[in-house]
Ligand binder design. Structure first.
Ligand SMILES: Cc1cc2nc3c(=O)[nH]c(=O)nc-3n(C[C@H](O)[C@H](O)[C@H](O)COP(=O)(O)OP(=O)(O)OC[C@H]3O[C@@H](n4cnc5c(N)ncnc54)[C@H](O)[C@@H]3O)c2cc1C
Length: 541
C-alpha cells in the first residue's frame, strides 16, 4: 500500500528527548519528521537543570550560548534546602557543586534553564535545520517489517489520518509511552513512588526567604509535603504538593482555595496573601523504572519512554538528551550504509546508564524522604561522577584495560568506554577544549610522534567515506598542548593514539605506535562499525 510520506527517521514525541533527537539527527545530516500530540511545547518549567554532560552535547551542536542566554531567573542560586516551613528553621542544606569545581573537567557547567524555555529553543533549531516538526499530530498505531516502520498519524484539528513510512523510529513519547505499550515492552523497578500536583502562585516570600537563594525548598510538616521552586527569584513560584489517590484524594480537589491554604501551611505564615494561577494545575507522579529493552526491531525507546526516575538529582531530562545523542550518530551511520548492527550498541550502552541513573536518583529520593540510612548515603555517587564518570562496558568500542561501570572524572582513565577528558589545547593559536573536536565525526588524536596514526586515519577516511578527522597533538603537531599534559591525560606515549567517537567517548586506544597502523585501524573500524571498511559510506554532510 502506498504511504502518504516516507522519511528516514520518525520521532514520536516533542518533549526534550524527541526535540533533541531532531536536532542531533539534523546535525548529522539525517532528515527526520517529529510528531507531537500537544499543540505547543511544555508550559511547565519541569526540569530546570541540564547537567554538564548534556550541556557538552548541546555545545557540540553550537547551542550552548543560546541556552546560557535563556538561563532561568534562579540560575545563580545554589542550595537545596529542607525545612519544616519556609519561614521556620532549616533541617538540612545540600549545596550544589560550583562551576569552579567543574571547570577543570569540562568547558561546560550546569545549564539552569527551565524546560519550557529549552524546548522552544530546540524546536526552533530543529525546524531551522530542516527537521519537519508537526505539533498537534498524534501517533495512533504502528507496524514494522524488516525494511521499515509504518505509522498511522492523526492530525489534531482536522482529525485527518496519514500513514508515514520510516526506516527507523525513535519513541520519545514520555513515561506513558503508547509506542512502548504497542510494542509490549515491559518495565522493571519500584514503579510509582508518590503522586503530586504542581501549581503556580504569586506571593511575596521575601520575608520568609530571609535572603536565601534556593534552587528548591523541600517542605515536610504534618499538614503539607511539597517543594517550593521559584520562577523569578522571589514573587512567582511553583509548589509541587504530594497527594494520596490510595486514600481517595483526587487532583481535581486542589481548588484555588485549597492550594492557597497549602502554600500558607508550607510557608508557615497564616495570613500570607497568595494568588493562585489555577489554570496551570499539573498532576504527575514520581516513579522509578526502566524498560527491559530499549529496542524492538527498528524502533528505539528513549528518554522517559525508556526510564523514569525521581527528580532528585536532576538526571531525568539529561539522560533523555544523552540517549537521543547516542542514537543520532549511530542512526546516521546505519543510514549511510554501515552495518545496522551498530544500532545494537544503543541498548548495550544506554541500558546500564539508565539503570544507574534510576538507582542513584532513588538513593537521593530516600535521603530526601528521611530514609537516609548509612548504607544509602555510602552508595551515593557524587554529582560530577554522575555527570562525567559513567562508562560504557559493551557497545561500539574496542575495549582494553580493566574498568568498572563508573570512574572518578577527576582522575579519568581515558580507557575505551569512558568519556574523553577535557584538556585545554590550541588550534591555529585559538584556545579550544579537546571536547570541541568531538561533534559530527570520529576523531583520531595522536601524540607528537604519532604521525603514522594520523596518516592511517586520513587514509581510512578517504577510502571509506567515514567522517574521521585526525590530529597530532603537541610540538610540531596540528594542535598545541600548552600544558604538555595530553599524553599523560589520555594514557598514551608520544607515539600513541586514541580514537574518539562523535559523542566524545573513547572508542579505542593504542598506548604506543604500531608496525602497520593502517591494518590496525582497519581492524578497529571493522569492530566498531561491525562492517568492512572496504565498503564506502555515503556522505551526507
Ligand atoms: C513537574 C516535573 C518536574 C520535573 N523536574 C525535573 C528536574 O528537576 N530535573 C530533571 O532532569 N527532570 C525533571 N522532570 C522530568 C523531566 O521533565 C523528564 O525527564 C523529561 O521531560 C523527559 O522528556 P521526554 O521528552 O523523554 O518526555 P516528555 O517530556 O514526557 O515528552 C514526551 C512527549 O511525547 C508526546 N506524546 C506522547 N504520546 C504521543 C503520541 N502518541 N503521539 C505524539 N506525541 C506523543 C507527549 O505529548 C510529550 O510532549 C520533571 C518532570 C515533571 C513532570
Amino acid at each position: 500500500m502506498p504511504h502518504d510520506e516516507e522519511i528516514p527517521v520518525l520521532i514520536v514525541g516533542g518533549g526534550l528527548t524527541g526535540l533533541s533527537a531532531a536536532v542531533f539527527l539534523a546535525w548529522q545530516g539525517v532528515p527526520s519528521l517529529l510528531i507531537e500530540r500537544h499543540a505547543a511545547t511544555s508550559l511547565h518549567p519541569k526540569a530546570r537543570a541540564i547537567n554538564p554532560r548534556s550541556t557538552e552535547l548541546l555545545r557540540s551542536v553550537g547551542m550552548e550560548e543560546e541556552v546560557l542566554k535563556n538561563r532561568s531567573a534562579i540560575a545563580d542560586n545554589t542550595d537545596l534546602v529542607h525545612v519544616e516551613t519556609l519561614a521556620g528553621q532549616e533541617r538540612a542544606r545540600m549545596p550544589r557543586s560550583t562551576q569552579e569545581d567543574i571547570s577543570s573537567l569540562s568547558p561546560c557547567g550546569w545549564s539552569l534553564i527551565d524546560q519550557n524555555r529549552l524546548e522552544p529553543l530546540l524546536r526552533d533549531r530543529a525546524e531551522r535545520s530542516g527537521c519537519m516538526v508537526r505539533f498537534d499530530n498524534e501517533l495512533i498505531s504502528l507496524s514494522q517489517d524488516e525494511n521499515g516502520v509504518t505509522a498511522q498519524i492523526r492530525e489534531g484539528e482536522s482529525g485527518q489520518r496519514r500513514s508515514v513510512r520510516a526506516q527507523y523510529m525513535i519513541a520519545a513519547d514520555g513515561s506513558r509511552s503508547q509506542v512502548r505499550e504497542l510494542l509490549g515492552v515491559t518495565r522493571q523497578g519500584p514503579g510509582t513512588l508518590s503522586h503530586l500536583v504542581s501549581f503556580f502562585f504569586k506571593a511575596d516570600l521575601r520575608p520568609a526567604l530571609r535572603g536565601r537563594k534556593m534552587i528548591a525548598c523541600y517542605v515536610n510538616n504534618p499538614n503539607v509535603v511539597g517543594t517550593f521552586m521559584s520562577l523569578d527569584g522571589d514573587m512567582r513560584w511553583v509548589f509541587n504538593v504530594s497527594y494520596h489517590p490510595e486514600k481517595g484524594e483526587k487532583a481535581e480537589e486542589f481548588t484555588p482555595e485549597r492550594c492557597a491554604r497549602l502554600v500558607r501551611l508550607g510557608v508557615g505564615v497564616e495570613e500570607l496573601p497568595v494568588e493562585i494561577e489555577s489554570t496551570r494545575l499539573l498532576p504527575w507522579e514520581i516513579a522509578a523504572w526502566c524498560v527491559d529493552k530499549l529496542r524492538v526491531g527498528r524502533v528505539f525507546l528513549a528518554g522517559d519512554a525508556a526510564h523514569v526516575m525521581p527528580p532528585t538529582g536532576a538526571f531525568g531530562a539529561s539522560t533523555g538528551i544523552q540517549d537521543a545523542h547516542n542514537l543520532a550518530w549511530k542512526l546516521a551511520l546505519a543510514l549511510r550504509g554501515a552495518d545496522p548492527s551498530i544500532l545494537d550498541s544503543y541498548e548495550a550502552e544506554r541500558g546500564p546508564v539508565a539503570s544507574l541513573m534510576v538507582e542513584q536518583s532513588m538513593l537521593r529520593f530516600d535521603v530526601r524522604e528521611g530514609r537516609a540510612l548509612a548504607d544509602v548515603t555510602a552508595k551515593m555517587l557524587d554529582e560530577l561522577t554522575m555527570a562525567f564518570g559513567y562508562r560504557y562496558q559493551d557497545g561500539s568500542l574496542v575495549l582494553s584495560g580493566e574498568s568498572g561501570p563508573v570512574e572518578d572524572p577527576r582522575s579519568p582513565s581515558a580507557l575505551p568506554g569512558s568519556r574523553a577528558p577535557h584538556l585545554p589545547l590550541q588550534m591555529n593559536g585559538q584556545a579550544i577544549s579537546t571536547l570541541d573536536l568531538f561533534s559530527r565525526s570520529f576523531v583520531l588524536l595522536a601524540g607528537p610522534h604519532g604521525q603514522s596514526w594520523a596518516d592511517a586515519a586520513r587514509a581510512v577516511a578517504a577510502e571509506t567515506g567515514l567522517a574521521l578527522d585526525a590530529y597530532r597533538v603537541g610540538p610540531g603537531g596540528d594542535l598545541a598542548d600548552p600544558e604538555n599534559r595530553w599524553c599523560d591525560r589520555y594514557g598514551v606515549t608520544e607515539s600513541g593514539a586514541v580514537l574518539v567517537r562523535p559523542d566524545g567517548f573513547i572508542a579505542w586506544r593504542a598506548e604506543e605506535g604500531a608496525q602497520a597502523p593502517r591494518g590496525v585501524l582497519d581492524q578497529v573500524m571493522r569492530q566498531l562499525l561491525k562492517s568492512s571498511t572496504q565498503g564506502h559510506l555515503a556522505r551526507t554532510n
